[in-house]
Design a protein around this ligand. Structure first.
Ligand code: FAD
Length: 473
């Protein structure tokens, strides 16, 4: 490993805050996208913003690329240490510095877990609205970097809508404070940093907008015989003018896995279950629930269950919360895709997923934040088999190209990382990409932060290599 670099890092942070042994580095050679692995030269654990800034300056002197990492739950390869270099772990920066109930704000360090913040807010009547399904593990810094969403994005929006400001270290080691309220008068640089996936700056602190807890809920779990009926019902609920807090779809494949793990007793022939939640002031919720029930019945709902208390609400949600965890029962490896389409195109894209699955002989099961058109087809394969990996990648690419053709996008919440760079030129005009490069160069001169991520560049790894063997459609 690179001795002068690690020596300087140890001088700055102390020996226990720098890893450089091969066995230790292997832990950080990938994230939630496990098909591509690269070894960093070192992994560091700064505890303060000043230490992060000093690490960035040291790396710049040694010409070493840097990748910021929270919990490493990225599904797009955002934490892959391309070109070696240094992984900057934010996990020691996990202080909740202030919770200001009166002004509905909190100030937290980047390594605070989403769930840690949720627990700290218990009893305040407030919460941080973005609730990714990885909530138990992911960090607020990671949420900011990826502009994370979750089941309740449908009503409450993505992370960007809940960030008032950030403190961040730029590519030259400068510490910049944006917000919490001051920069509203000028260009929205906080908005530029949210979702930039570590390619512009390392976020060290976040000022969070807190949302009042809803007064009441109505939670339904609706079973449909046909996936088409389920997606048409979802589209019609939104068309009726109701905005539920969440509408989460699970298909037969995922239901079978969840059922095997947790014995919910779903009928084996049901093609879909949708969890629908309304929240807000109690007045009017029953009316909305009745209208949703009527729409679901119009689309041949087989069973509609309603929670009558908090315990039952948790039970109805359990199948969705446990869904991805249960996928491990279905295959050795999986890739969770993240496309988005206009809601009216949901039935079309769900049919296309079935066709693409057959074409590439890759089994696909589905969960979706369906209310906002955000599909998460889960492609099942065995990463020890190179042909299967390539077929899964090709199937994912074709599916996302279809999302673009529908007027959607290749990501709603997981980000571009390394996984989707090859689609950037289909999504954006050359001029748009040039402007993004200029913004990156302004924040991150030299390009050392997040090397090879998000924007097309010679550093970006090519994941899809060979011609793939395609089955009969
Ligand atoms: C089972 C599962 C379910 C998921 N469900 C959802 C979901 O519902 N919604 C959703 O949005 N995502 C979901 N994800 C994806 C992922 O959890 C989110 O993108 C999350 O926000 C990443 O947080 P993290 O702390 O793990 O970040 P990491 O994985 O560590 O990093 C993600 C990206 O952000 C950058 N980064 C991390 N911290 C910082 C920082 N402090 N400053 C600058 N850049 C930084 C990294 O370089 C990388 O590019 C899911 C993932 C899994 C495994």
């Amino acid at each position: 490993m690179k001795k002068p670099l690690t020596r300087d890092l140890r001088r700055c942070l102390g020996a226990t805050s720098v890893l450089s042994e091969l066995g230790d580095l292997r832990v950080y050679d990938c994230d939630g996208l496990t098909i591509e692995k690269r070894l960093p030269d070192a992994v560091v654990f700064p505890a303060t913003t000043e230490q992060v800034a000093e690490v960035v300056r040291i790396c710049s002197r040694h010409d070493a690329p840097i990748v910021a990492r929270g919990a490493g739950t990225s599904l797009a390869g955002g934490c892959l240490p391309i070109g070696g270099g240094v992984v900057v772990m934010l996990t020691r920066m996990k202080r909740i510095i202030e919770v200001n109930v009166a002004d509905r704000m909190a100030l937290v360090e980047a390594g605070v877990l989403n769930l840690q913040l949720a627990r700290a807010l218990t009893g305040t009547g407030l919460h941080f609205a973005p609730d990714p399904s990885s909530q138990i593990a992911c960090t607020i810094g990671g949420n900011v970097a990826t502009n994370a969403g979750g089941p309740h994005t449908l009503k409450y929006g993505v992370t960007l809508n809940h960030v008032l400001g950030v403190e961040a270290v730029l590519g030259d080691g400068t510490v910049m404070q944006l917000g919490p309220l001051g920069d509203r008068a000028a260009l929205d640089l906080t908005g530029v940093l949210v979702g930039s996936e570590g390619t512009l700056a390392i976020v060290t602190r976040v000022w969070i907008r807190l949302t009042p807890n809803p007064q009441d809920y109505r939670t339904l779990r609706v079973t449909f015989d046909s996936l088409d009926d389920a997606s048409n019902a979802i589209s019609d609920v939104i068309a009726s003018g109701i905005v539920p807090a969440a509408m989460e779809l699970m298909d037969q494949g995922i239901l079978a896995a969840v059922d095997e793990a947790f014995q919910f007793g779903f009928p084996a022939d049901a093609e879909a279950v949708v969890v629908i939640e309304l929240d807000g002031p109690s007045v009017g919720l029953d009316e909305q629930r009745d209208r949703i029930t009527e729409i679901c019945n119009r689309h041949q709902a087989r069973e509609i269950l309603q929670a009558s208390d908090a315990q039952q609400r948790a039970l109805l949600w359990k199948c969705r919360k446990m869904a991805v965890g249960a996928v491990g029962r279905l295959s050795p490896s999986y890739c969770i895709q993240d496309g988005v389409v206009p809601r009216t195109k949901l039935p079309h894209i769900i049919r296309r997923i079935t066709e693409i699955s057959a074409k590439y002989s890759i089994r696909i099961v589905n969960v979706a934040h369906a209310g906002d058109g955000n599909i998460h087809p889960i492609l099942l394969f065995d990463e020890r088999d190179a042909d299967q990996v390539q077929r899964a990648l090709a199937a994912g690419k074709e599916l996302l190209e279809d999302c673009i053709r529908c007027g959607g996008s290749v990501t709603a919440e997981h980000g571009i990382g390394i996984e989707k760079i090859s689609l950037m030129e289909s999504l954006f005009a050359p001029y748009d990409l040039k402007m993004m490069e200029k913004v990156r160069d302004a924040f991150n001169p030299g390009g050392g932060l997040g090397l090879g991520k998000v924007l097309p560049s010679p550093h970006a790894p090519t994941l899809l290599h060979a011609a793939v063997s395609i089955g009969d459609v």
